[in-house]
Design a protein around this ligand. Sequence first.
Ligand SMILES: Nc1ncnc2c1ncn2[C@@H]1O[C@H](COP(=O)(O)OP(=O)(O)OP(=O)(O)O)[C@@H](O)[C@H]1O
Length: 708
Amino acid sequence: MNDIVQEGLRAEFTLTHTPSAADAPSVYKSTTIPYDKGPNGTAGQNESPPEEQSLEVKRFSNLPQREPVDIQFKDITYTVSVGFRKEKKEILHKVNGKFPGGQLIAIMGPSGAGKSTLLHVLSGYKKTNVNGAIYVNGRIRNLDVFRKMTCYITQDDHLQELLTVLENMRIAADFKLGANFPVQEKDGRIEDILTVLGLYEHQFTLAGRLSGGQKKRLSIALELISNPTIMFLDEPTTGLDSFSCTQVVDLLKQLAGQGRTIICTIHQPSAKLFAEFDQVYVLSLGECLYQGSTGNLVPYLQSINLPCPKYHNPADYIIELACGEHGEDKIQHMVTGMANGECMDWFGDQNKVLKLETLRQKYPLQRRTKENTILQATNQWNQLKTLIRRGIIRGKRDTTLTHLRIGVNIIVAIMLGFLFIEGGNEGSRVLDNYNLMFANLMHHSMTTMMLTVLTFPTEMAILRKEHFNRYYSLKAYYTSVTLLDIPMAVFCCFIYTVIVYFLSYQPFEAFRFGMYFTISLLVGFVAQSMGLMVGAWFNVVVFCCFIYTVIVYFLSYQPFEAFRFGMYFTISLLVGFVAQSMGLMVGAWFNVVNGTFIAPVSSIPMMMFAGFGVTLRDLPPYLKWGSYISYLRYGLEGYVGAIYGEDRATLVCEAKPYCHFKYPKRFLHEISMEGDQFWTDVYALCINILLFRILAYVLLRAKLRAVR
Ligand SMILES: Nc1ncnc2c1ncn2[C@@H]1O[C@H](COP(=O)(O)OP(=O)(O)OP(=O)(O)O)[C@@H](O)[C@H]1O
């Protein structure tokens, strides 16, 4: 972590560890631990006995008070392209407004009014096709600096559901506070936040098992770790019951009272909830109908001859007006009355409505260093380490998928092994053995590809949220995804190969087996060089890899030769990796439905050009190029090389009197393969993996940018 931030945080802790009651603002000083209702209306785990409910605690004693930040925006327009003709549609129409610091602000309006769009624009989540000016403390917003003081909490929580509340907090703290931050202070901050948010008693509960309100509070808790000055929340109360809504809004109010600017979109709050907000900004069809304090809304409506009926919730009434229920002309009347957000006469405290020049004087220009433009709080290595740690915890808990993956490999391997039993050693069954190789290719490519296609898109939402909130860079995330799967992929491939190989009686020769083992070790070394944390797993990888290959190889009675086994295994593994990379690429760009369609369909040309149905020799000259781009061709050629290349001895011919492929060279000639191309195939597959991985990364980056 950079020195400046670190120094700042240290200073914060020195200040806050021994807070003086006299120095603390009233909200910060003392409040009551929120009462948390348990299931069935009974008292929850963290229900305090009556005498404890009045216990006064320091709120966020580990989170320092923030200096308020004032946001002002002028003539904001936001345009999107729609349809095939890319016609322009303006969603925000030159809106203006001011959000003074230290306030709880609601952006309200009917569905489709542009609330989320305005929130996205102000938070910097959307930055393309935005026009107009956004000022932060009187100066034009510098997005990189601004993002370091903000957080964005999405409507759907996108939490790590397989991690407990405490694990989620610890991981977030490692991302946001960095490795050099003292552990005790980190824990103190986490404990403080969990206590105030009423989650302390649930710290060992899996996030996926929390109630809606608790999940929302956890989302807020995670972002509070970095102590942001400005918090943007997209519909934080949607889907919550009124009790949880009040809890969340009450919490936001406390946070605003500490100097934070809290801006959230909200649909139609109850009168009680509405009154909790300091300021409200009402939109209709991308224009501002009202901005000012909640208390001034009724007088304002009176002043423009649209009085709020008695006993009517003003929040309901303004939404009715914004929907055009009282006439379309009223909308324009209100937009004009507010000068589309330029009018600031209805703010509660006019002293807070400072001019841009005044704000610039009040908040002098800060010295900018190279460090404080780096978005993430911790370096790439720490990000990667934390991502790997999180992935390992998830992997251990997601046992269904892990068992399913291992189970599928074992079952398919046993089925194929018995189907082609003894085929590897019998001259009259060479063609059967050839079919088995193709079946292996299909198995490895389909299982790995579909797994990635089906699981990756669900990760995208979490990636988007965490990446925007500066947890980690895309590079660190992508590297972790690549590394985390290696042990499992190797293990599954090993089990499968061992079963198939030995069941199908492939050559049992020590040197072929030695080759196999060398390749397995090399795979482990590559994995190790890709990251030290995988190095810690190295021995496990070698062991698992060995077990897997032995089972498949011997069960399918492939040749008992170590080097052939190595070749066989290498090809299986590489084909799996290529397919996985393709899956990653498809998954990075398409959603589950489209991906499930695209992935298998894109494999069909690869199969055509593999040389299985039509031999490579018989491919028409104008389609020859296809065989060079088909990774399945390299896979098939590699398998054939492993089993029938390398001067394979004459085959046993006991099943039938006539044995056409008694001499392996004859078979190689028949299918137009040399049998000595193994290493070329390995290089080709490695290049395929690299290309698909790079392409997947580029697509992923483009997708993250496209939504912004
Ligand atoms: N990328 C887009 N392409 C086309 N139209 C869009 C796009 N993004 C937003 N819109 C349109 O802009 C309008 C405002 O959308 P926005 O999501 O900001 O509304 P909202 O007020 O947040 O609504 P809700 O409360 O229902 O979420 C809607 O009519 C929406 O259909």
